[in-house]
Design a protein around this ligand. Structure first.
Ligand SMILES: [Zn+2]
Length: 96
């Protein structure tokens, strides 16, 4: 059971089979399948239930092609960082 502690209500499944891309300082690290649940009251969304094994990792030669196929298929791809500091550092590298 998953509960929104702001609204005191159970979260509901929103999208099964979304993709989650773990980000490193050099870019995408790996992509795993997972699910997105949400709170029907406040709209909070969470990514949960990640697959044990990634479908592609950064050292795979076709990483970017594989990633692009997921995006082109219309599936949801959520990029995520381990913590706020890493996310901010990545933005500084990519933004002028
Ligand atoms: Zn809520």
């Amino acid at each position: 059971m998953k509960i929104c502690v702001n609204c005191n209500i159970e979260l509901r499944p929103l999208e099964n089979g979304a993709w989650f891309e773990s980000m490193a300082d050099f870019g995408g690290y790996e992509i795993r399948a997972g699910d997105i649940w949400h709170c029907p009251e406040c709209g909070l969304k969470v990514g949960i239930g990640m697959a044990d094994k990634p479908i592609v990792r950064h050292h795979d030669p076709d990483y970017q092609d594989h990633r692009q196929r997921l995006v082109d298929s219309g599936d949801t791809l959520v990029q995520h960082w381990q913590h706020q500091k890493a996310k901010e550092a990545a933005k500084e590298k990519t933004c002028p």
